[in-house]
Design a protein around this ligand. Structure first.
Ligand SMILES: [Mn+2]
Length: 315
């Protein structure tokens, strides 16, 4: 922790970067760090390759998130990577990280420790929780903007304080963030109630495709990315669908395949304590947590492909 504050004190131009297809934790922690650095008189910038879901527009500071790689041509004294389990998740050339001094702050158990300083706490519910603890330790006075950003990440990564990542620190942090002005009901409206009719029609189609393996323990479904266009919806409308599949009881894991033109992305969830999805993800070149993880395949698949083979490698 001291090492981190020393490096921040020495730096002026600082780039904050998180993972592509950012979630509440990536964006919330990035913006909270941005406001903190700005209050220290630094010159911080936030980069995310995107796409940044439009429903994050309510977050204070969202307009400063830059998705153009041109920003990477600037000189930085320091790069702070947040919620970024591995360099390949940033969606940019690894060289950028190799050429800069990197502080890596994350809660993914699969984090590859790519930073010059690695502050990884896989017990933390979220990167936002880690940032909250950090700001308290440096006795920084959290304001309303930072409180909203941090609570957004904590609320989403804990599944509204209900999943296995939920811990006493996240709940205490939430209470304090609310006392600082965070609006929990507004955050919940934005991150959990952001679908359109067309989006739910597509959810229905994907749900109707659910299949299970012979044992009935693995349940999976797929979506083809051109269906977003067919239904005239943004990709982010499918956010939450993998969590929704995870309401099925007595299964080992659920998975959603997002089939693109030259890649396929797989997200997995489980409720079982004896299953470690981060291992399945890592075997396929991905990462994540024990109960929520994902990976990408470098080619497109068809609905008749052996989707199950990617999930069963750990057996
Ligand atoms: Mn996270």
């Amino acid at each position: 922790m001291n090492e981190i504050t020393t490096k921040i004190n020495q730096a002026n131009n600082i780039l904050i970067v998180s993972h592509r297809r950012p979630d509440s934790d990536a964006i919330g922690s990035s913006l909270a760090m941005f406001f903190y650095l700005q209050s220290l008189g630094k010159n911080p910038k936030v980069f995310n390759i995107g796409p940044v879901p439009i429903y994050f527009d309510f977050l204070p500071g969202i307009e400063i998130v830059c998705s153009s790689e041109n920003i990477l041509n600037n000189q930085f004294d320091l790069v702070i990577a947040l919620d970024l389990a591995g360099l390949d998740h940033a969606g940019i050339d690894d060289k950028f990280f190799k050429n800069n001094y990197v502080i890596n702050i994350d809660h993914h158990i699969s984090n590859t420790n790519f930073g010059n300083i690695n502050f990884i706490n896989s017990q933390a519910s979220s990167t936002c929780e880690i940032i909250y603890t950090f700001l308290n330790q440096v006795e920084f006075n959290i304001d309303k903007n930072i409180a909203n950003c941090l609570l957004c990440g904590i609320l989403d990564d804990t599944g509204n304080f209900s999943n296995s990542a939920t811990n006493i620190i996240s709940i205490k942090a939430a209470a304090e963030l609310i006392s600082k002005g965070a609006k929990i009901y507004k955050i919940d409206d934005i991150i959990n109630k952001n679908k359109s009719i067309g989006g739910l029609h597509l959810w229905g189609k994907v749900l109707s495709r659910m299949k299970s393996d012979a044992s009935g323990e693995i349940v999976y479904a797929y979506i083809k990315e051109d269906e977003y266009r067919e239904y005239n919806i943004a990709e982010e409308e499918l956010d939450g669908l993998t969590n929704f599949l995870n309401v099925i009881c007595d299964v080992k894991l659920v998975a959603l395949f997002r089939i693109g033109p030259d890649y396929t992305r797989v997200s997995m969830r489980t409720n079982r304590d004896d299953v470690d999805l981060s291992l399945i993800a890592q075997r396929n070149g991905g990462g994540g947590h024990k109960k929520a993880a994902g990976f990408s395949i470098d080619n497109t698949l068809s609905e008749t492909s052996d989707l199950l083979s990617f999930l069963k490698k750990d057996d």
